[in-house]
Every structure is written in structure tokens, then in C-alpha cells.
Design a protein around this ligand. Sequence first.
Ligand code: C2E
Ligand code: CA
Ligand code: CA
Length: 468
Amino acid sequence: MPDRAQILADLTARVAELESERELTLRLAQTDSLTGLVNRGAFTAALCERLEAARARDGRLALFVVDLDRFKHLNDTLGHHAGDLFLAEVGERLLADAGPTELVARLGGDEFALISDDPDTARRADRLVAALTQPHAIYGRQVSPGASVGVAVFPDDAPDAGDLQRFADMALYRVKLQGGRRWSAFDAELRAENQHRRTLEAELRRAIPAGEIEPWFQPVVDSADGRIVGVEVLARWRHPEHGLMLPGAFVPIAEELDLIGRIDEAVFDAGCAYAAPWVEEGLIQAVSFNVSPRDLMDPSFSRKLIGRLAKTDLPATALTVEITETFLLRDLALSRRHIERLSAKGIRIALDDFGTGYSNLRALMHLPIQTVKLDRSLICDVAKDARVGKLVGSMLYAARSLGVRIVAEGVEEEAQAILLRAAGCERMQGYWFARPMPADQMADRLRESKAAAPRVFAEERPLRRARA
Ligand code: C2E
Ligand code: CA
Ligand code: CA
């Protein structure tokens, strides 16, 4: 029989073992496995703790958020392994450069952060950018993607961790827009922008249930004779003070605030209510709606949309959902699930803004996508630049051979329309035919065009605008 002392000793040893195991698990849970740096979760906790401490001693604390420039390019050209090596190297550099009281973290992807009590923020930021701009050899090649840095300071800029992070991110975003390879601090300009967004946020939350978001309609015409065959529904915000606002002024912020889903639903419900009778009367055959990539990340998106459609009078076969390529590539499995679920109901899928991203016609072969919308940026040069003309011509050719219909967007001049029609583009949309308009005008326009007898167009004859 082991004596009591033996049992106690064993027990103590076992407890110590368990504790070190737990410590290890805990450490692993807080560590980024690639770089060995603190990960995002642990970073947020550490930031709160350090802010508490700084507050207690009336101290200052600077938060630097770092984003590598052109990291994606490096990953794409040298491969993921090289990308990983580079990230690990960046982690090492940041760590080597950090003082004993500073904290370095990897927030994910090519994003890093530094919490510093260095009183000279500008000098510290210079050092940070310099450290990351040094070239580095990977597979015998010199690479220096460079880095952008955004800075916000407690308590001068922000009183808490949430604002501090947001403000540093805003500063970072601005540097990125300006080309990167620099640092930028949160300042009066960004503070004003933040204030503006705050106001907009409050107003947007109120506007959605108040019915201020309304659907407008832009005709899609048949290239053969210029007749309206469908409409694209576009969101407008009828703001009580600022008047009519375009999506560019509120869609990005709605996406950021996770309000875009509610906007898209409001536009969808109202848009269907207006357009279903037009389809029923045979005035148009197709109604297109835009969905945000953000909506599509929701695994139940397609099921919800089908449910909403069932509550309207619009037949599924008249509905087109416009999605962007960026989303397709972000999560191919989820995209496929949504697209197949919608297609099974007879809903059509259009790939929007084609020609701006990766323009992967191949993706189309493997997905039930029937329509591609050629982006305005291509169309606007189609008649001016022979190379663009050729490119669009070959895109049209490829699409046709895949059985995909092309809609040219942003047709503003007759010359473009004629060229596109000659190249075999079947559908067009743009200011030259008609601008987006409210529902009552659209209804008048459609009824007018029905009353007039359709004319057949000779190939060399100019296209008429969107009226019969
Ligand atoms: P989009 O889907 O590419 O829509 C086409 C945009 O081009 C519309 O801008 C339209 O007014 C504009 N446009 C059409 N023809 C021409 C032309 O000939 N020349 C020029 N310069 N522009 C033309 P809009 O209405 O400002 O919408 C901008 C973007 O906002 C849309 O781009 C779409 O991505 C997004 N959006 C619009 N409505 C919604 C919505 O209900 N939900 C979501 N998630 N996004 C929406
Ligand atoms: Ca669209
Ligand atoms: Ca588009």
C-alpha cells in the first residue's frame, strides 16, 4: 500500500502537470501559430487591460495598426508558402524592433498591431514603417511589399479600446487609399468624417423602417431594336433634409454597419410590388436586384430570398439576382450553394461589374450563371480604344460560346451602342437609353412603349432610345 505521503506527492505532481498543460493550451489559444505573436483575441483583451492601467496612471498609449502593401501580389506570384515565410519574417522584425513594454500582435491575414507607450508617436511610427520597408529575400528574390500604418492615441484621440481601434483603422484606410508605404495619424479631418458617419448611421437606422429607402428603375433594352425588356432596381434614399441620395453615399456605410441586408430587403419588397404588375402585363420580362456581397455571406441568404419572393406576385422566372465576382471568389462553396438553390427555383443569376475584378469566365462554366454585366469602365472606352474594343469583342465571343448572355452597362453614347450591337451584345443599359427613374415614371414609360408599334431595325440604322 502506498503511504499517504506518496499519494499526496503523486497528486501534487499530477496537478502541476495539469496546470502546465492548461497553461500551454491557454498560451496556444492566445498565440498566432504562424508568427508566434499574440493573436487578435488576446490582443483585444491586452489592449483593454493596458488602457485601464494607462488611465490609472494618467498615461498615454498609442495604437498602431499595420497592413502590408501588396502582400496579396506577393502571395499570388510566389505562392502561399512564400507568403507565410514573409509574414513570419514581418512578425520577427516587429518583435525585434519592439521595446520591453510594447506589445506586438497579428490581427489576421497581413494585419498587425503594436501597442506602445513611446511618448514620441511620430518617431515610433517612422521606425515602424522603416522596419517593414527593408527588403527581404525569399527564395532568393528580393521582396519589399512595404507597409501602411494607422495610429490613434489614448486619451487624446479616443477614450476606449473600441474607438481607438476604429480611429487607427480609419487612419490606416486613408493611407492605403493614398498609396501606402507611409503612416498617418487620426486627425481633425478623420474626426469630422467619423462624426459624419455617426450621424449617417443614426439616420440610416431611422430611415429604413420609415420607408425612406425606395426602389428606382433603369431600363434594360434589347440591342436589336432598343425596346425595354427588363429593369434593374436601384436603391435611393429620400433623405428628409439632403434630398435624394445615391447608393454610393450610403451603401458602403450600411455594409459596414451590417444594415445592408435590411436595405436590400426593403428595396426587394417594394421593387417587386411595383414591377410584378409590369411583368404580369407583359411590359417587361425581367427584374434585376442587386445584393451586397455582405448578404451573400449569410448561409441562409438564398432560402430567405426565396421566402420573400413567395410573398410577392413576381414569378421566380422573371427575377434576376445580380452578384459581384468578388463574392464568388471569396467563398466558392457558399456561392455555389446559393446560386444552385436560386437556380433550382428558376431565378436567374447575373454576374455584375464584369471586367473590373478577375473576370474569370471559367467560373461561369461551372456555375448556373446565365448573364454577365460588362462593367461601365470597359464600355466607356469601347468606341475610343481599339484594344478595349477587341477585348470586349472577345469577351462577347467567349460568353456566347458558353451560352451566357451579356448586358453592356453604362452605355452613354450612340457610337458605343452601335459597336456593341455589331459585336453581338444582346442587351444594353445606360444613360443613352434611359437614366434610373422612380416607379411612376417607369410605369408611364413602359405603357407608352407598349402603345407604340415596335419597329424593326436595320443593322446600319441608329438605335433608338428606350422607347418604342
Ligand atoms: P451597379 O449595380 O453597377 O448599378 C449600375 C450603376 O450605374 C447605377 O448607379 C446606375 O445609375 C449607373 N449607371 C447606369 N447607366 C449609366 C451610364 O450610362 N453612365 C453612368 N455614369 N452611370 C450609369 P447607382 O444607382 O448610383 O448605384 C451604384 C451601385 O450601388 C450599384 O452599381 C450597386 O452596386 C449598388 N446598389 C444600388 N442599389 C443597390 C441595392 O438595392 N442593394 C445593394 N446591395 N447595392 C445597390
Ligand atoms: Ca447591378
Ligand atoms: Ca454593375
